[in-house]
Design a protein. Structure first.
Length: 347
């Protein structure tokens, strides 16, 4: 189906029929099953930053055949990134139709983007004409054959890991209290508690506090509130007796659960509470419609221990040959190379 034109919308103003078309494309193509490709994710973020979040729609006559959501970090200069910025674990053009090089330039022009930077471009995007400068790796836990088959595979490949997991499970149940797993808590106070715990973790470890801004907090609050058959925010909790020992906030869409923000009670660290929560997520996945847990990018130990699949994520920048783009590049050089500023919060 040949592309004939592009049309840009403020994301909160996207017509309902186009929202539904976006949902259908994401639902029908396995490459877009991640919650971060969902229009519900984009809308939840856009409600917090209405004048920075846009989507450019590719049209075949009047029929939408592709969607390119983005968020300005500087709308005057035309600098943009993925919807959700550092909160999102995927970038991309959502379509089954390939973009020719001249169409990509037109897409950026209609979007009023002079520079689009990305570091989580899904590997499928190369088939759509979006190429990268270099590649990083993400991991996932595929559960398509059921938990029993998955865990048997883990026992064969990582016997020490599986034995240690079972040992921790039995030890904490005996010494501290029976484990109780709650897949989702709708209580907003539980989400706020998780955010505060995560922020403290960032402080203690010296990591950048990605939850410091009101913008990020409100995005997570909005996502926690979305509960429908296509998309939902999931706040899971694990108790030992009456003690909350671990919790996690993630996103679920199209059978893909994105593992996102885990926290745990430090005084219970000898029992590996984070690992136990992940184990129980995999064990209970089928009853909640989860076929895959996407761990995202990164080399954390729990990700490699539970993962049975790897995939590629592209890093790079799309630029137009404009004066504004030269200004952006100069700003970036000063910001990152001279001042060494790594603050992810939008300007």
């Amino acid at each position: 189906m040949p592309l004939t034109s592009f049309q840009r919308f403020r994301l909160v103003d996207l017509p309902p029929d186009m929202f539904e078309a976006w949902q259908k494309i994401a639902q029908d193509n396995k490459a877009f099953h991640s919650p971060f490709f969902s229009p519900y994710f984009a809308r939840a973020v856009a409600e917090v930053a209405k004048d920075r979040c846009y989507v450019t729609v590719a049209l075949q006559d009047t029929t939408p055949i592709g969607f390119f959501p983005f968020q300005f970090t500087n709308s005057v200069l035309g600098r943009a990134e993925r919807i959700g910025l550092y909160l999102s674990d995927y970038n991309g053009y959502i379509s089954s139709e390939k973009l020719q090089p001249e169409q990509l330039i037109e897409l950026l022009e209609v979007s009023k983007i002079h520079q689009y930077s990305f570091d989580h471009l899904h590997e499928f995007q190369a088939k759509l004409g979006l190429n990268t400068e270099f590649i990083r790796e993400g991991t996932a836990t595929h559960l398509c054959d059921g938990f029993e088959a998955y865990w048997a595979e883990r026992e064969r490949i990582s016997p020490k890991f599986t034995k240690d997991t079972m040992r921790c499970l039995h030890k904490i149940s005996k010494e501290k209290g029976e484990l109780r797993f709650e897949f989702h808590s709708p209580d907003l106070s539980d989400l706020q508690s998780l955010i505060q715990t995560k922020r403290h973790q960032y402080y203690v470890t010296g990591a950048t506090d990605g939850m410091a801004s009101q913008w990020a907090n409100q995005c997570l609050t909005n996502l926690h509130a979305v509960q429908n058959k296509y998309f939902r925010g999931v706040l899971s909790k694990l108790y030992s007796g009456d003690q909350l020992i671990s919790s996690h906030f993630g996103l679920l869409a199209n059978g893909v659960f994105h593992y996102w923000f885990p926290v745990y009670e430090v005084s219970y660290s000898a029992y590996s509470p984070g690992r136990l929560l992940f184990y129980l997520l995999t064990k209970n996945a089928a009853q909640f419609g989860i076929a895959c847990i996407d761990n995202g990018m990164g080399a954390q130990r729990h990700k490699s221990d539970f993962a049975n699949h790897t995939y590629k994520l592209g890093v790079g920048t799309f630029r137009r040959n404009t004066a504004r783009c030269l200004v952006i590049r100069a700003q970036d050089y000063i910001r990152y190379r001279v001042l060494d500023i790594r603050d992810p919060i939008e300007e």
